[in-house]
Design a protein around this ligand. Structure first.
Ligand code: ADP
Ligand code: MG
Length: 224
């Protein structure tokens, strides 16, 4: 899957209250890329990730997946496209508190009226070390375990691309490190594209392509 963003902008508010959260961002993502994005708080990182993943629509600009314009899709089709093609990992995990880990993981498939693939669920749970936690509710799990459940949910529909918005931001450094190692391993093993926002320069350094964002302006840090 090739993802191309051209001149993506997002402006909030108007007049004196106007905020240019993202200023004409261009980005070309190839299948299998591992990209990190760093930038200070309020610089537009989440805005960019939400636009790239179709969670939000831009004020102007275009986004194509394999040449197909995404923002022209009506909301319902855009949601379906997202569920099938894109995995998203949030800083706050965003698990549904009344559902078990297993039910949370399978939610994207249920919404799509697809049968769960028990073999794949098993494999993901094993890779993520949550096999004996599947019948638990989120509040019965540690932060690291909750995020690993959220990672399994992001992968269950077998998307080609995973977006992660500060996935270790709510974790202590040990469970954050574990979560990152698992994400990296899964990316390598399954050939997924991974775009990750982080505050942590050690995580940013793991990526092949490093981007920074300042006041809504995105730029790529060239390798030496
Ligand atoms: P980051 O993720 O880098 O911390 P964000 O993308 O969340 O930054 O926000 C970028 C800028 O856009 C900030 O100035 C923020 O206050 C503003 N912003 C984000 N979302 C909204 C919104 N829904 N309404 C108004 N302003 C917003
Ligand atoms: Mg953010």
């Amino acid at each position: 899957m090739r993802i191309q963003a051209k001149q993506l902008s997002k402006v909030y508010g108007s007049g004196e209250n106007q905020v240019v959260a993202l200023n004409q961002a261009d980005l070309d993502i190839h299948q299998g890329d591992f990209i990190s994005i760093m930038g200070p708080s309020g610089s537009g990182k989440s805005t960019l990730l939400h636009l790239l993943s179709g969670l939000d629509r831009p004020t102007s600009g275009s986004l194509t997946y394999d040449g197909k314009e995404i923002y022209t899709l009506p909301d319902k089709e855009l949601s379906a496209f997202r569920r099938r093609k894109i995995g998203f990992i949030f800083q706050q995990f965003n698990l549904l508190p009344v559902l078990t880990a297993r039910e949370n993981i399978l939610m994207p498939l249920l919404l799509d009226k697809k049968q769960p693939d028990e073999g794949y669920l098993n494999r993901l749970s094993e890779l993520l070390g949550i096999k004996d936690r599947l019948s638990h509710l989120p509040h019965e799990l540690s932060g690291g375990q909750q995020q690993r459940v959220a990672i399994a949910r992001s992968l269950i529909a077998r998307p080609e691309v995973i977006f992660a918005d500060e996935p270790t931001g709510n974790l202590d450094s040990r469970s954050g490190g574990e979560v990152m190692e698992m994400l990296k391993g899964i990316r390598e093993e399954m050939g997924k594209t991974l775009v990750i926002i982080t505050h942590d320069s050690r995580i940013a350094e793991m990526a092949q392509r490093k981007l920074t964002i300042m006041d809504g302006v995105l730029s790529e840090v060239n390798g030496i």
